[in-house]
Design a protein around this ligand. Structure first.
Ligand SMILES: [Zn+2]
Length: 233
C-alpha cells in the first residue's frame, strides 16, 4: 500500500517537473505573451523567496511566469539562493511552487486557447445536391446553377447525379474544366441513401482565393470526370 503510494507520488513529481520544464522552455523560447510591464527586482526577489506578502492572484506573477526576461531573472535569483545552503530547500520549493501554480494556469489557458483555435478551424459542413444535374450532362456546365463554397475547411457532402454508379470517387476543385489547377481534393466511397448515392470529403479551401472554379467528380474505374461550376466566396 505504502509502496504504491510512494511510486505514484514519484510519478507525480516527475510529471510536475516536466510541466515546469515545458513551461520554462516555452517562456524562454519567447512562445508566450506576457501581459503588463516587468515588475521590479524587489518583487522578483520576493517571488523567489516565496514571500507570503505576494498573493497568487497578483497579475505580476502571471507576467513573471510568461516573460522570458523575468523568467531568466527568476532562474538566476533561484540559482543565487541555491548557493545559500540554509535557505536552499525553501528557495527551490518556493520558486518551483509558484512557477508550477502559474505554469498550470498558463498551461490550461494555452490549452483552452488551442481548443478555441481548433473549434474555429472545424470543417464547415456543406452539401451540394447534384441529383438533378444528370439531365444537364452534355450541355455547357455554365448553364448549371453554380455551387457556392466558402474559402475554409469544408466537410463536403455531394449527392451524386441520378443514376451515378456506386464506388470510390475523386472529388476535386479545379481552376478549369480540364482538371488543371487543382486547389483541393479528396477521395471517398459512396454511401447509398435511398435511391441516392452520397460522398463526403474534407476539402481544405482556406488558402483558395475567391472566384470561379469547377467541382469535379471522377469515378475511380470509369475515370470520366464531371465538372460543375463552383464559386468560392
Ligand atoms: Zn518581464
Amino acid at each position: 500500500m505504502r509502496l504504491s503510494w510512494r511510486r505514484s507520488s514519484r510519478v507525480e513529481d516527475r510529471f510536475e517537473k516536466w510541466i515546469v520544464q515545458q513551461h520554462q522552455r516555452r517562456v524562454l523560447a519567447g512562445e508566450t505573451t506576457p501581459s503588463g510591464p516587468c515588475p521590479d527586482e524587489a518583487f522578483l526577489q520576493a517571488l523567489t523567496r516565496r514571500s507570503k506578502t505576494i498573493a497568487l492572484s497578483d497579475p505580476r506573477i502571471d507576467h513573471a511566469a510568461t516573460c522570458p526576461s523575468c523568467m531568466n531573472r527568476l532562474l538566476a535569483l533561484r540559482q543565487e539562493r541555491h548557493t545559500s545552503r540554509r535557505t536552499l530547500a525553501w528557495a527551490f520549493a518556493g520558486a518551483a511552487c509558484i512557477i508550477l501554480v502559474v505554469g498550470f494556469v498558463a498551461w490550461s489557458r494555452y490549452e483552452s486557447q488551442k481548443q478555441q483555435t481548433l473549434a474555429q478551424t472545424q470543417p464547415i459542413p456543406e452539401t451540394v445536391d447534384l441529383w438533378n444535374a444528370a439531365t444537364y450532362r452534355g450541355q455547357q456546365p455554365g448553364q448549371l446553377q453554380a455551387v457556392l463554397l466558402p474559402a475554409a475547411r469544408v466537410h463536403l457532402t455531394i449527392i451524386l447525379p441520378r443514376f451515378s454508379v456506386a464506388g470510390q470517387y475523386l472529388v476535386a476543385v479545379t481552376r478549369d474544366q480540364n482538371g488543371n489547377g487543382v486547389v483541393g481534393e479528396g477521395t471517398a466511397a459512396t454511401v447509398a441513401s435511398g435511391a441516392q448515392q452520397k460522398i463526403s470529403v474534407d476539402l481544405d479551401l482556406q488558402s483558395v482565393k475567391t472566384g470561379a472554379y469547377f467541382l469535379s467528380t471522377t469515378h475511380e474505374q470509369d475515370q470520366t470526370a464531371y465538372y460543375y461550376p463552383l464559386q468560392i466566396k
